[in-house]
Write a protein that binds this ligand. Sequence first.
Ligand code: SF4
Length: 110
Amino acid sequence: MLCQHCGLEFEPEYRYDLIILYMMGNFSPPFPDIYCETELFNHNEIEANWQKILRQKEILDNALKSGIIPEPYKNCYEWECKRCRYSLVCQSLARTMTEEQVEEDKKLWD
Ligand code: SF4
């Protein structure tokens, strides 16, 4: 089987059928709307994804333990920020987030 993204041949080990029924479509007729696709994975892709999830968990655990938020834009994909509701907060933090500032903020909250 050929990969739709990279064009390389591979043997899929796992198959996932995704079907979404949008009851209100795009909030204008025609609705309901339906979206379907089949995802094919091999073991390495699932393992890589799981490792990424574990890294993200570690970042969250560290942030909760230390009380210091993760550095903006460092632990996510670029596309995640495009429609993120916290984008303005991250833009502000990215401008001011220095080691000294973090230490100063810690003193204020202790
Ligand atoms: S804008 Fe949103 S997705 Fe991007 S770093 Fe900030 S919180 Fe994360």
